[in-house]
Design a protein around this ligand. Structure first.
Ligand SMILES: C[S@@+](CC[C@H](N)C(=O)[O-])C[C@H]1O[C@@H](n2cnc3c(N)ncnc32)[C@H](O)[C@@H]1O
Length: 326
């Protein structure tokens, strides 16, 4: 593997996973942070989700990137830049931009960051095959630590990519904090292109997160399988129900795993037994849904100006291009 990572990353990740699982399953409202979806199995399941007809987010964002790739190229063409991507995953949509930027002869280096080792190594392989002239270096890390590591090396203008509406997995106050942290590491005139899933008809959103084939259900339950595999957990996944609901007060789709009965689960790595009451829920993911005004509020309160916001033909999704103001 040629991506860079930090020493003892695997051990540290395992320890952090165990600690977060303990904190989450000991809380009055049980939760597991959604970043733990993405082990090898979870990353593969997410790839299958992006191919589902119900999961409109991928198609809508791909349409935006295809339609506006030349407009984006014109914004970035004037000087060399580092294209830094948070949570690149399989990079399928990003390749729309990479291909176009290379064809246009833009001078750039691509730096995808992801916590999923399997997603990153597959991405590396496919980039080498599809774009032999592309300069790139993948980084196995959390968003913020990966970004600050890359930022230390890069003298060029930064163009930050955060696609797929992954930013919506944070709560609204967390998004502001996250964007402010990024802003501190960026220079005046740097860009950020951020994907925002927009508020829409609830049935459309509900179907996207609870598909007929049950892939989203398998993705959600994979969290429990992962605890069993990596931490010696004893979850019987048949005793948990995948529940998806739109919470209009929070403007978010919310994912839960609900215990079908009173049960006890032992996790060997934590030497602890966790008790579940009948119908007790584990909160597993938030997917915040944005409006034009919430996008404006985020940009203006975190030190960015909106350059242009691109939307798909159904107005389901927005990729908003921001510039750092300092
Ligand atoms: C919802 S997927 C989106 C993938 C891709 N950007 C897209 O739009 O299809 C989120 C990706 O971010 C990665 N990820 C999730 N939380 C992360 C974190 N805290 N730090 C770094 N990567 C993370 C996952 O491994 C996964 O590949």
């Amino acid at each position: 593997m040629s991506y860079f990572t930090f020493s003892n990353a695997t051990q540290d990740q395992r320890r952090a996973f165990a600690l977060d699982v303990h904190l989450g399953l000991s809380a009055p409202q049980k939760f597991i942070p959604s970043k733990y979806f993405y082990d090898e199995n979870g990353s593969k399941l997410f790839q299958r989700i992006t191919e589902l007809p119900e999961y409109y987010l991928t198609g809508a964002e791909a349409e935006i990137l295809k339609t506006y790739r030349e407009s984006l190229a014109q914004y970035f063409a004037s000087e060399p830049f580092a294209l830094v991507e948070m949570g690149a995953g399989d990079g399928e949509k990003t390749k729309i931009l990479l291909e176009h930027f290379l064809a246009r002869g833009l001078d750039f280096h691509y730096a995808p960051i992801d916590i999923s080792e399997s997603a990153l190594s597959e991405l590396e392989l496919s980039l080498s095959e599809q774009f032999p002239t592309l300069s790139f270096q993948a980084c196995l890390a959390e968003y913020a630590s990966g970004f600050s590591e890359i930022d230390n090396f890069s003298e060029a203008r930064t163009v930050l990519l955060f696609l797929g509406s992954s930013i919506g997995n944070f709560s609204f106050p967390e998004i502001k904090l996250f964007l402010k942290t990024l802003w501190h590491g960026l220079n005046k005139g740097d860009f950020a292109l951020i994907g925002f899933d927009l508020k829409k008809d609830i049935k459309t959103m509900q179907a996207a997160y609870d598909d007929k084939e049950g892939i989203t259900k398998a993705f959600n339950l994979n969290l429990l399988h992962r605890i069993n595999r990596e931490l010696g957990g004893t979850f019987n996944t048949e005793k948990f129900y995948h529940h998806e609901i739109y919470n209009p007060k929070e403007s978010a789709m919310e994912s839960y795993l609900i215990s079908l009965e009173a049960q006890e689960v032992y996790i060997d790595a934590l030497k602890t037994t966790y008790r579940f009451a009948p119908y007790e829920a584990i909160f597993t993911e938030r997917s915040y849904k944005f409006s034009d005004s919430s996008i404006r509020e985020l940009a203006h309160e975190t030190g960015f100006e909106i350059v242009e916001t691109f939307k798909d033909s159904k107005q389901y999704f927005a990729d908003s291009l921001w510039r750092v103001v300092k």
